[in-house]
Design a protein around this ligand. Structure first.
Ligand SMILES: Cc1cc2nc3c(=O)[nH]c(=O)nc-3n(C[C@H](O)[C@H](O)[C@H](O)COP(=O)(O)OP(=O)(O)OC[C@H]3O[C@@H](n4cnc5c(N)ncnc54)[C@H](O)[C@@H]3O)c2cc1C
Length: 242
């Protein structure tokens, strides 16, 4: 389960991207579409480092998952506004079409899914942890993969579901994708349970690949549940958003 670093972890130089469009996913989460010249491509699950520099030279750097499969020089990031958050506040409120931003990546070689992987996949998302998992769902569809996918998505409420409409449509039209939800505030007030993971996930004997992403506490809880349900810890891959 430990987030292993693979040899040759991709570390590239900073590139200057430009914001080409935005769309709001919820009242507090925004997708940013960037044009990054000479982007080398990426795999679903990887992320980028984003660096902002203020006029006085002050710099702040954060990681953001790539929300969509590689598509030339076009990158999509989906950023959840965090109260008092330095970088997410800027990216969701101030950063405007035409503005530059420094981007480095792609980063990460462990928390990735490739369309050549045929085994069942369980995705478990907490809040904005759905972003890299959505990249996997989109990559699966783009490649015409038949790997069966299940997503368990924990969010505060229906109105805070990132990619809510797209997930509904994809789950309706694609029999190989099941999506289930746990709401922590409305209409229920509930945390994800072992029973949720057991009934909406895959049996361990099918040896699915499991990807869990979200806040640290959520990720640790779900990873422990998966191991308790008999999943091989080496097939439980985690990404913590902090
Ligand atoms: C590999 C990786 C991929 C990530 N991908 C995404 C992504 O796709 N979309 C996305 O929105 N975020 C993502 N994050 C989180 C992101 O990097 C920032 O941590 C987040 O945007 C907050 O940064 P900030 O500067 O706004 O907040 P800060 O100024 O750093 O923090 C402000 C306050 O918010 C708290 N805080 C920090 N981060 C979070 C958080 N994630 N949730 C709740 N509270 C927090 C801090 O403890 C602090 O109290 C990812 C993180 C990692 C490590």
């Amino acid at each position: 389960m430990a987030r292993a670093e693979v040899p040759g972890r991709l570390r590239t130089s900073w590139r200057v991207g430009t914001l080409t469009s935005v769309h709001d996913e919820t009242a507090t989460a925004r997708t940013l579409v960037l044009d990054v010249p000479d982007w080398p491509g990426h795999v679903a699950g990887q992320h980028v480092d984003v660096r902002l520099t203020a006029p006085d030279g002050y710099r702040a750097q954060r990681s953001y998952s790539l929300a969509a499969p590689a598509n030339g020089d076009r990158l999509e990031l989906t950023v959840q506004h965090v109260d008092d958050g330095e970088v997410s506040d800027y990216l969701t409120k101030t950063y405007a079409v035409g503005d530059p931003v420094e981007v480095r990546g792609p980063v990460g070689g462990w928390f990735v899914w490739r369309p050549t992987q045929p085994e069942p996949v369980l995705l478990v998302a907490g809040g904005s942890g759905v972003v890299p998992l959505m990249a996997m769902i989109r990559a699966r569809a783009a490649a015409g993969s038949r790997a069966p996918f299940r997503l368990i998505y924990s969010a505060r409420s229906k109105s805070e579901l990132i990619f809510g409409d797209e997930l509904r449509t994809r789950a309706r039209d694609d029999r190989g994708l099941d999506v289930s939800y746990v709401f922590t505030r409305e209409p229920e007030r509930k945390r994800i349970t072992l029973a949720d993971v057991n009934s909406h996930g895959w049996p361990a004997d099918l040896q699915p690949m499991c990807f869990v992403c979200g806040p640290t506490g959520f990720v640790e809880t779900v990873a422990d549940m998966l191991v308790a349900l008999g999943h091989d810890p080496r097939r439980v891959k985690t990404e913590r958003f902090g």
